[in-house]
Design a protein around this ligand. Structure first.
Ligand code: HEC
Length: 465
């Protein structure tokens, strides 16, 4: 058991330590800065952000963010820390700390009144737990009980993204407060998600357990898609502004470390299966840009016949990249690029679906806008907005083996890691389709948000009960 002592003077003198000499708990500064502070900036639906009121409080005072900044400076974080320390009694009983009781619902053990309202409805709330752990002396987040497979559907005309549990095909969470979420990828360790925020020109880092935006990182321009290295160390963001660049974010420091000039404004970007390259496509310049992820320099480019739309990759037995499959502006199908030879080697045009009415309205230049290689590498899935179907081809021979109706304006494709289920956002129907890969039958139609386009499989940390 940890002893509880009211000793803020000693705590402050000891600085950012964890245990003061006498065995008193000194809540950790870094944990406060990185894990607790985001709670004061986060938008909880129906609530006002803590910062909106407490930047002018005399007691629990938070510093005002500097003009145009999304987070506090180191110095400001120190001041917030000191202010928060006056609101806690360090130790294992969170109900002795005003920071924890004031924001907690009364019937969950909270105070009778808080001028800022109830923010947390139970002591199991993951944000409330982060604060309770801080008060108890935590220096890092709890080990997750498991990493669960989730499908994240971003809604291109929404301010939210939906979290789908592929075991039940139910919505189990919503990530809010990101207007025009473009692309989504998950940190391989399951701790967080990266969502590009078109409205704010930011990369939003979302905590996997709270589903709140934890950090916003300024980008060099309006982003489109996003990709992450297999080891989680770096995130690549395509910047959809001419003359064209890719922003590279270092995950450890949460900083934009490089804006690499490339050929053309970038729509989609991927990291190849072996993580040796980042591949960025430009609609305006019809250019595939291949970046060496060791040097973060442009390695080679390939100009295609029209704009580069979604891409997908497969690998050789040694893990190196074999092909880039690429959808092109104005083309109803996909092209195949030989990665080693750096040239187009095949093109497949999708035939009309018999009995299916064709749609040409609102194609946005991309009749086919969703591609995915199944995890075992045996099939390629390509969606058609014109015919509301996904076309399934065998690999490597590229024979069409199936067509499945997947709603109006079907978009991106992703798979569960076991390869059993494929997911596609039907942008025109505001739903996500789940298709059983083996039987090629629709197994679920899941209502999501406005104009669901990008969809991705991620692993997400889950706390123990
Ligand atoms: C709408 C404005 C508003 C918001 C939002 C708000 N508060 Fe408050 N808070 C107040 C007011 C007013 C008081 C003083 C009255 C009282 O004690 O409730 C207060 C008091 C407090 C106190 C006690 C201060 C003391 O002197 O004892 C703490 C701690 C606190 N708030 C934490 C938070 C946290 C953490 C959040 C976000 C999760 C938050 N508040 C959100 C308005 C707000």
């Amino acid at each position: 058991m940890l002893t509880r002592v009211f000793a803020f003077g000693a705590a402050l003198m000891a600085g950012a330590g964890c245990f003061a000499q006498s065995g008193e708990i000194v809540p950790d500064f870094d944990y406060f800065k990185n894990e607790v502070q985001p709670i004061f900036l986060a938008k909880r639906e129906g609530n006002v952000r803590c910062i909106q009121c407490h930047y002018r409080s005399s007691n629990f005072r938070l510093q005002t963010l500097e003009e145009g900044e999304f987070f506090w400076t180191e110095e400001q974080s120190r001041m917030n820390y000191e202010s928060a320390l006056t609101m806690v009694l360090p130790g294992e009983d969170p109900l002795l700390s005003r920071l924890l009781t004031h924001t907690l619902a009364r019937d969950a053990g909270g105070d009778p009144f808080h001028g800022g309202g109830t923010h947390f409805w139970s002591q199991d709330d993951p944000e409330w737990r982060i604060m309770a752990d801080w008060v108890a002396g935590a220096t890092e987040r709890r080990e997750p009980a498991e990493l669960a497979v989730r499908i994240i559907q971003t809604n291109a005309a929404g301010d939210d993204s939906h979290v789908i549990d592929p075991e039940t095909n139910e919505i189990i969470g919503r990530i809010t407060d990101i207007e025009i979420p473009h692309g989504i990828v998950g940190a391989p360790d399951g701790s967080q998600l990266y969502i590009t925020n078109e409205a704010m020109h930011a990369l939003d880092v979302v905590d996997a357990r709270t589903l709140r935006v934890k950090r916003r990182i300024h980008l060099s321009g309006r982003p489109n898609n996003v990709a992450v290295m297999g080891d989680g160390s770096k995130v690549y963001v395509g910047i959809m502004e001419m003359p064209g660049s890719v922003d590279i974010i270092d995950v450890a420091s949460m900083k934009l470390v490089k804006t690499l000039p490339v050929e053309g404004a970038i729509h989609n970007i991927y990291v190849t299966p072996d993580s040796k390259h980042a591949v960025a496509g430009s609609i305006q310049r019809s250019m595939i840009n291949v970046i060496d992820t060791e040097t973060d320099e442009l390695a080679w480019t390939l100009e295609m016949s029209s704009g580069i739309r979604p891409m997908a990759f497969n690998a050789n037995p040694d893990g190196s990249t074999k092909n880039i499959f690429v959808q092109l502006s104005g083309f109803h199908g996909f092209a195949v690029v030989d990665f080693a030879a750096r040239q187009e080697v095949a093109r497949v045009e999708h035939p009309p679906v018999v009995g299916q009415e064709a749609h040409y309205d609102g194609l946005q230049g991309a009749p086919a806008h969703g591609l995915g290689v199944s995890p075992d590498g045996s099939t390629l899935w390509s969606t058609s907005k014109v015919y509301s179907h996904v076309y399934i081809h065998s690999l490597p021979d590229l024979e069409e083996i199936g067509q499945v109706f997947v709603g109006q304006h079907p978009e991106w494709v992703t798979f569960t890691p076991d390869g059993k289920t494929a997911y596609m956002g039907a942008a025109g129907d505001h739903v996500t389709y789940a298709v059983d890969v083996e039987s090629m039958e629709v197994v679920a139609v899941i209502p999501v948000g406005q104009v669901p386009k990008r969809v991705a499989m991620v692993r997400m940390a889950v706390d123990a009960d």
